[in-house]
Design a protein around this ligand. Structure first.
Ligand code: SF4
Ligand code: SF4
Length: 500
């Protein structure tokens, strides 16, 4: 299959060898599970269980709240201890509302409703079951998957692209999933294609995963609509728009959806979750997580129950062999510092990295030498040095004009910057600040609109009152006039009676 060129990108040492050779192992249940209500993009789920309630594995504990939301299920059987705020995977480190479950050790499922033939279901029903299983994009984006499956209602779709690039260094969870569960992954992929109503499927896997490529090629051999394609190892190959461009030659305009070009992208781990949900009726309650980095005692790939504290996971995996210089949730390019090891594994957790001082390579920031390396590395054709200069000067509007809103925070610019300027941190800060300002502006506009509407309403009421009073006065005057006229006519009547 012909591949197309994309601009920019970098070639970091992939460091996959640390964990890629390790088969997926199960992590036992912790004493308590902290299950956040917000594990996805969109509105947080709404709790539907009470303190002290017994739950079974897979039971709904919090329901989706609106069209862009996802339900949350009990990851094991046990007792609901309560709801409380708990540290979560978020750069702010702020706690999020979570349901605390004490496992009973039996790991007893609800009565599952498997489906023998998902291809016999109407596409909308497949999307409904995917939504009901709480499946979200598991490559880290965590967008509710059913919303993407329902894009067939709004766009003319022809291709499903499966993002199996796994371009972030160190991460190998998708690689292992494909090597060990190729048939199940492919089944999930084909079920999603059925839901989308597309005839063509392309699975893109970077060339540094030859075993995964072989496994998927073998699984897909009998399906002529499925193309397993080797991708050049180049970061950020897994960025949705760039992946579509490499595989189809179609360039997605800024702030547009790939669906507008007829293409929908889903992650490989999401496909596995769809297989589990449709074939076995199992909601999303666990996932594979890569533990890696030179400070990790036993790098590897672990199947972890959602809600398991990272500290417990690390302990079960042998802990650290040296003090980590940096702990990261996700990959080193786009991941976030792990603010709190008590934070639990959630649907979007693809890796935990414990980097040694040599790997973390923290250098002091130097002034920009205007070498333009960041410009060449940017896959989105932006001017990172200009965006950073505007941000530093507090000119966020200027940063936005220079392309800030099109930045995918891939970190390629920061990776090549010889001055070690933390460009992505600048951009993340600026984006957050702009969003806050826009929200404040929207709130102010809304307050102004409401105040004006109220004033107009009062004015209208006042005018109506005035009109009513005038009408009343007029009616009274007319009444008085009629009475006076009647009175004036009275003597004539009396005279008429006398004459009679
Ligand atoms: S790579 Fe760094 S030093 Fe070079 S122009 Fe960009 S910001 Fe400046
Ligand atoms: S982080 Fe943004 S500016 Fe930097 S390379 Fe990626 S897309 Fe370009």
């Amino acid at each position: 299959m012909k591949l197309f060129r994309i601009q920019g990108g970098v070639h970091p040492d992939d460091r996959k060898a640390l964990a890629a050779g390790e088969a997926i192992r199960d992590i036992p249940l912790p004493p308590f599970l902290h299950v956040p209500l917000q594990q996805h993009i969109g509105a947080a789920a709404r709790p539907v269980v009470k303190k002290g309630q017994k739950v079974r594995k897979g039971q709904l504990i919090a329901d989706a709240d609106g069209p862009i939301s996802a339900p949350v299920h009990a990851p094991t059987s046990g007792t609901v201890v309560g709801k409380k705020k708990h540290p979560a995977h978020h750069p702010s480190g702020l706690p999020v509302l979570s349901i605390l479950i004490e496992p009973d050790g039996e790991d007893r499922w609800i009565d599952l409703e498997p489906c023998a033939d998902p291809f016999a279901l109407p596409p909308a029903e497949v999307a409904k079951r995917v939504a009901g299983a709480g499946i979200v994009g598991m490559g880290g984006a965590t967008f509710p998957s059913a919303v993407k499956l329902n894009l067939r209602d709004r766009f003319e779709l022809d291709t499903l692209v499966i993002n199996a690039a796994e371009c972030e260094p160190y991460l190998t969870c998708d690689d292992r999933l494909m090597r060990e569960q190729a048939a199940a992954v492919l089944d999930g992929v084909r079920i999603m294609a059925h839901a989308l109503g597309v005839k063509k499927i392309i699975i893109g896997i970077e060339n540094n995963k030859p075993d995964a490529q072989r496994a998927m090629l073998q699984a897909a051999a009998e399906f002529e609509e499925v193309f397993v394609v080797g991708l050049p190892t180049r970061y950020p190959m897994g960025s949705e728009k760039h992946l579509v461009q490499v595989l189809t030659g179609k360039e997605t305009p800024a702030r547009s959806l790939t669906a507008e070009l007829g293409v929908v992208v889903h992650n490989v781990a999401t496909a596995f979750a769809v297989h589990e949900a449709l074939r076995h009726g199992k909601p999303l309650v666990s996932r594979v997580v890569t533990l890696s980095g030179e400070a990790m005692a036993r790098p590897g790939n672990y199947r972890v129950t959602l809600g398991t504290p990272v500290s417990f996971l690390l302990e079960q995996a042998g802990g650290f062999k040296m003090n980590p210089a940096r702990l990261i949730s996700g990959g080193p390019m786009m991941g976030q510092p792990l603010p709190e090891p008590r934070a639990p594994v959630i649907k979007g957790s693809n890796g935990i990295l414990a980097l040694s001082a040599a790997e973390a390579a923290d250098h002091p920031e130097q002034p920009c030498i205007r070498c333009a390396s960041c410009v060449s590395a940017c896959p989105c054709g932006l001017l990172p040095l200009e965006m950073a200069a505007h941000t530093r000067a507090g000119d966020l509007e200027g940063a936005a004009k220079a392309g800030l809103k099109d930045c995918i925070a891939c970190g390629s610019c920061a990776y090549v910057c010889p001055a070690h300027i933390p460009l992505v941190q600048y951009f993340n800060y600026a984006k957050g600040e702009l969003t806050t300002r826009e929200k404040t502006k929207l709130r102010q506009m809304e307050t102004k609109r409401l105040a004006e509407a109220r004033a107009a309403r009062m004015e209208k009421q006042k005018a109506a009152k005035k009109a009513a009073m005038a009408a009343r006065k007029k009616a009274q005057a007319e009444k008085k006039k009629r009475e006076a006229e009647a009175k004036a006519a009275e003597p004539d009547n009396a005279q008429a009676e006398a004459e009679a």
